[in-house]
Design a protein around this ligand. Structure first.
Ligand code: ADP
Ligand code: MG
Length: 596
């Protein structure tokens, strides 16, 4: 443990010792600001770095936390510790309303909404009589708890850094949990895919709301501390300019990493201090010249260190410190709950005249076919025939233009992919959708999302470990099943395309499906790997699983499947046994003909 954790332990020791050393008051103050900023930036690490959502409005949430406690403690005499909870409640309310208004819309609405939000809160604070207008509220009391007064820089330092480090700990734990994986999966933008997340049973909307709320609450705690640290509040620290600066800190530090929040807050704060002294002296006159420098740094950082500075430092350290592998503590964990399996021969999937039109293009033209329990059905046809679109219709990724789909006797044509996943259909994607910066095991564990329950708070408090062990045991079992048992600790992004497809199959298996939908599972595999995959699929079939698969490799399909559905130009050409399909002149002409 010492070998891998010494940088962290050294950091904690330094943080704890600093106020006891003869460090000038000025530096203690600086450190207090850095801790306050880091708390806000931690929220942005989660929201922007992990979740892919941008907010310029974090300063406004800081303002709510600060003004609530300042107003309550100066005007009503309420204890600041109670005011903290009131501030958090107000922040929660505001964040939920904002999330509800904007998060269902596409990506650009949230940043715009947070700008509007940041401006309106700032002007509300600046113009409200009760809040002291632009002069703010004076005489905010110092915090005290159990006889300890936090009325000095050196004492509140421990409160600020204690809470900032607690926040960092909670966040680290959250990211390494069921909810954390779901958040990563539903990330907006590169590296994440809401479509995949939903197909694994994750509500991507809910994930976005959760991270938006957490980021807002972190900011509110920072504001509460800020008010009792400064002992006065006025609107300027909560302006849009500060909101942008918080985002700047996150970008400089490295938006994806918890440590980056501290690095970014420290660097920006210290450089800003220096620039505010030197630039006006250098350039003459007075003005916020540092903003120009920040702009230049931002451009340079995005160009040369797009992941921020912290990941670069981590990489340099990693050369000497081995990466931490997740300890394999799940060997004797009980299995996850399993669903009741269909009886062999039961009608499992019934697609009735399903149709999809994209504008004028009929991608799937009234196609009907069935899959019975215990069968492997192949869906073949030339490129562009509509196979993937058919998959998307059946699995709820795309809405039907017309037609009906029944799964295990129930109509599912109107359901979304999350509800269909709940009912026991799981799928892979033609264009592989893994989370590259998560390990193979973590990616597969995402498949167990619907078979597990633990939420955000449980993860932050580490009350989810028993269930985590179950999830990882399941992931390991499924990986071993498809022959990737040895690669569990590798980052998914480092695998070749063939193995990545296999990981997707393992992830789908981790959902404990009744029907497995595989879109070109053998593409990119070598002959040996294909043979191994065929053996796995036969094994799955023998265990009672039903499979619908799209595949181009005729030899692979013919030797494996019970029935074949042939599509061409969106229509169903024929449906039959492999022998019937091979004997059909129409299929030969339309499909096999083009292959040879
Ligand atoms: P296959 O998987 O059989 O190769 P697809 O289902 O991917 O075929 O595509 C069938 C047809 O539908 C193609 O002509 C493709 O260009 C079109 N298509 C697929 N998805 C979309 C979409 N989202 N918007 C418009 N056209 C699409
Ligand atoms: Mg396709």
């Amino acid at each position: 443990m010492l070998r891998t954790r010494w940088p962290l332990l050294a950091f904690l020791a330094i943080v704890a010792a600093l106020p006891l050393l003869p460090v000038p008051e000025f530096w203690i103050t600086q450190l207090n600001y850095i801790g306050l900023y880091a708390l806000v930036v931690l929220g942005l690490v989660l929201l922007t770095g992990v979740g892919g959502l941008t907010s310029f409005g974090q300063a406004a949430f800081v303002g709510i936390g600060a003004y609530t406690t300042a107003w309550l403690s100066t005007q009503t005499g309420v204890s600041p510790w109670l005011a903290l909870w009131v501030g958090l409640g107000l922040t929660l309310l505001a964040a939920l309303v904002l999330a509800w208004l904007t998060l269902r819309m596409s990506g650009h609405y949230l940043p715009l909404a947070t700008i509007a939000w940041g401006l309106s809160i700032y002007y509300l604070m600046g113009t409200s009589e009760a809040l002291g207008k632009y002069d703010g509220l004076l005489g905010v009391p110092a915090l005290s708890l159990g006889g300890i007064d936090f009325n000095q820089g050196r004492s509140i330092y421990y409160l600020i850094w204690g809470l900032a480090l607690l926040g960092a700990l909670a966040l680290t734990r959250l990211l390494d949990s069921r909810v954390g994986r779901a958040i990563r999966a539903s990330k907006a933008g590169p590296g994440g895919s809401a479509v995949m997340a939903e197909a694994m049973g994750v509500s991507s909307f809910r994930c976005k709301v959760v991270i938006f709320v957490i980021a807002a609450l972190f900011a509110a705690v920072s504001g509460w501390l800020f008010a009792h640290f400064q002992r006065t509040v006025n609107p300027s620290p909560f302006s849009l300019k500060m909101g942008i600066e918080y985002l700047f800190m996150a970008v400089v530090g490295g938006v994806g990493q918890v440590g980056g929040a501290f690095a970014g807050a420290a660097i920006v704060k210290l450089i800003e201090e220096q620039l505010q002294v030197w630039l006006p002296a250098l350039l003459g006159g007075s003005g916020s010249y540092e903003i120009i420098v920040f702009g230049i740094v931002l451009v340079l950082a995005l160009k040369y260190a797009p992941d921020g500075l912290w990941p670069m430092a981590v990489k340099a350290l990693r050369r000497r410190v081995p990466a931490r592998e997740r300890a394999r503590d799940w060997a004797d964990a009980p299995p996850l709950p399993a669903r009741s399996k269909p009886t062999p021969g039961e009608l499992l999937l019934d697609a009735q005249a399903v149709r999809k039109e994209f504008g004028g293009l009929v991608a799937v033209n009234d196609v009907s076919f069935q899959v019975r329990a215990g069968q492997i059905v192949g869906l073949i046809g030339p490129n562009g025939a509509g196979k993937s679109t058919t998959f998307n219709l059946v699995s709820g990724v795309l809405p039907l233009t017309r037609g009906a789909v029944r799964f295990r006797g129930q109509p599912v044509g109107a359901l979304g992919s999350r509800q269909i996943a709940e009912r026991g259909m799981s799928r892979t994607f033609q264009h592989v959708k893994l989370i590259p910066e998560m390990t193979v095991l973590e990616n597969v564990a995402l498949g167990g999302h619907l078979r597990s329950r633990k939420g955000t708070l449980a993860a932050m408090l580490r009350l989810d470990r028993a269930e985590e062990r179950q999830l990882f045991r399941e992931a390991e079992t499924q990986l071993a099943r498809i022959g990737l048992g040895a690669q569990g600790h590798e980052l998914a992004g480092n695998l070749a395309l063939g193995p990545q497809r296999l990981v997707e199959i393992a992830r789908a298996l981790a959902t404990d499906p009744a029907l497995l939908l595989l879109d070109e599972p053998a593409a990119g595999l070598r002959l040996k790997e294909k043979q191994a995959l065929a053996a796995v699929l036969r094994q799955l079939k023998a265990e009672g699983l039903s499979i619908l698969l799209v595949e181009h490799d005729m030899d692979f399909v013919m030797g494996l499947v019970d029935r074949i559905v042939v599509m061409e130009f969106g229509t169903l050409l024929m449906e039959g046994t492999p022998a019937e399909v091979q004997a059909s002149p129409a299929v030969r002409a339309a499909y096999l003909g083009t292959e040879h």
